[in-house]
Ligand binder design. Structure first.
Ligand code: NAD
Length: 480
């Protein structure tokens, strides 16, 4: 059985303690590889490698770092099909989605920050005849990047790229549930000649290696994407150590559909926003509020569209809805569907595990599920399910729609569907979210701030926000 390796000091290595975890293929429910259960010994090796590499990497002219990162982006692009296949096997997502989203964005992330580093500059503040200030933006040093399983290489590179581009050395940990593409990525780093020690990738669970990364005194900043509970635990450890943290956490995102929307386009995009990647995207719109005058018509059209999604083998190009990432996650999602029924919800479509034939018989497939009849206070509408489950609710006034949208502890992303420009602007201003999409969903420009408010996180990724996070400003004041 294939054994994944850590990537330390430019080499693929086995974990020092010799411990491994099983890695499951979600579509079959079978173990298909093993991953290192790394611990503090592996971390010490990685930190030593990063310390040795740090100064040369930080001192390298931006253009040279950009060239190396561009080569890495090319390598990811060339391996796009292989990465997409690995992602489909490891995560359960449809291969067509993995090609269009995961492989594509992983290369785009690296390329974007390779370019950005040649454009990044710092400030100068003149004091007239008295003097002048200029601000250096030095790399933080050694930084930790910890990522989740839903968009594995995509979110892994989204953190690593700005950290490297600004001259930091990285100790990175992908999710133990989807480790495979981080392993492929390590091989590509070797292939293109990323200097040894600049990126180190340690596999394993949060307890065995994630926690030690957060605690290590040589690691000066933590960029984390994952659940809100984990983010709070990381913040509690990092705060007294006075580490910089960027925390991209959970969401319970509302979708607001007004009667004056472009009906057909809205149905199509609202379905995509709820069920892309089996609903396992932090940005997915899982609470759908519809103006009462079109509620029945919209509900019918949405249910009709979603019921037609082709559930099947993630490796089949025609599959639109794959497997959930793990057995515990599938059980969690199914338990929320049961909870929704107990809370008085009516299942309009889906609601069950899907049993597929042949090699997929033990796979973690759950039907796309739409539920109505639940109010904002119930747990189904308050807690992040992170699966193919959404709820529908009618509203009568703009005030009611706004209160519903803002009515959870989360504040990551929202979308509004309306042709009334005044309403779109007013809602955009008054909604408590880090990201507002108007007549679109997940339309991304990598220069824009990305992240949430309330329990959805602290800090922003994307563009210069990320470059600033991974640098320390130092002001130099000179008197004439
Ligand atoms: P998770 O919090 O369980 O794990 C995320 C990562 O943290 C994994 O690599 C895990 O091993 C590690 N980890 C766990 N405990 C740790 C600890 N104590 N110290 C250090 N590392 C630790 O999240 P998940 O289940 O992998 O991902 C799903 C969650 O991620 C959802 O809540 C989703 O909304 C969120 N998410 C957020 C964004 C965003 O940009 N805001 C994007 C994608 C996913």
């Amino acid at each position: 059985m294939q054994k994944i390796q850590n990537y330390i000091n430019g080499e693929l290595v086995d974990p020092i303690g010799g411990n491994y975890l099983d890695n499951y293929e979600p579509a079959t429910g079978q173990i298909y590889s093993q991953i290192p259960q790394s611990d503090h010994q592996d971390l010490e090796m990685a930190v030593a490698a990063a310390k040795a590499a740090k100064d040369e990497w930080a001192d390298m002219p931006a253009e040279q770092r950009a060239n190396l990162l561009s080569k890495l982006a090319d390598a990811i692009e060339n391996a796009g099909d292989e990465i997409a296949k690995a992602e489909a096997i490891d995560n359960g997502k449809p291969i067509s989605f993995a090609k269009a989203v995961d492989s594509y964005r992983s290369a785009a992330n690296i390329r974007f920050f390779a370019n950005a580093t040649t454009q990044f500059s710092s400030e100068c503040h003149s004091m007239g005849a008295v003097g002048v200030n200029y601000t250096l933006r030095d790399p933080v040093g050694i930084v930790g990047c910890i990522s989740p399983w839903n968009l594995p290489l995509y979110l892994f590179t989204w953190k690593i790229a700005p950290a490297l581009a600004t001259g930091n050395c990285v100790i990175a940990k992908p999710s133990e549930i989807t480790p495979m593409t981080a392993y492929l990525f390590a091989k590509l780093c070797i292939e293109v000649g990323i200097p040894k020690g600049v990126i180190n990738i340690l596999h394993g669970t949060g307890a065995s290696i994630g926690g030690p990364i957060v605690e290590h005194p040589a690691i000066k900043a933590i960029s984390f994407t994952g659940g809100s509970a984990t983010g709070k635990a990381i913040a509690a450890v990092a705060a007294p150590l006075l580490k910089k943290t960027s925390l991209e956490l959970g969401g319970k995102n509302p979708t607001l559909v007004f009667a004056d929307c472009d009906f057909e386009a809205t149905v199509k995009e609202v379905a995509r926003s709820a069920f892309s990647n089996q609903g396992q995207i932090c940005l997915c719109g899982s609470r759908i509020y519809i103006e009462r005058s079109i509620y029945d018509k919209f509900k019918k059209a949405l249910v009709e569209r979603v019921s037609k999604l082709r559930i099947g083998d993630p490796l089949d190009e025609s599959t639109q809805h794959g497997a959930l990432v793990s057995k515990p996650h599938m059980e969690k999602v199914l338990s929320y569907i049961e909870l929704a029924k107990q809370e008085g919800g009516k299942v309009l479509c889906g609601g069950s595990r899907v049993e597929l034939p042949g090699r997929l018989a033990e796979g973690y497939f759950v039907e796309p599920t739409i539920i109505e009849g639940l109010d904002i206070q119930c747990r189904t509408n308050q807690e992040e399910i992170f699966g193919p489950v959404c709820t529908l609710q009618p509203f009568d006034t703009d005030e009611e729609a706004l209160a519903l949208a803002n009515g959870t502890e989360y504040g990551l992303a929202t979308s509004i569907w309306s042709n009334n420009i005044k309403r779109c602007h007013t809602f955009s201003r008054n909604m408590d979210f880090g990201i507002v999409w108007v007549n679109c969903w997940s339309l991304r420009d990598l220069r824009t701030p990305f992240g949430g408010v309330k329990s959805s996180g602290v800090g922003r990724e994307g563009g210069y926000e990320a470059m600033r996070f991974f640098t320390e400003p130092k002001n130099i004041c000179i008197k004439y």
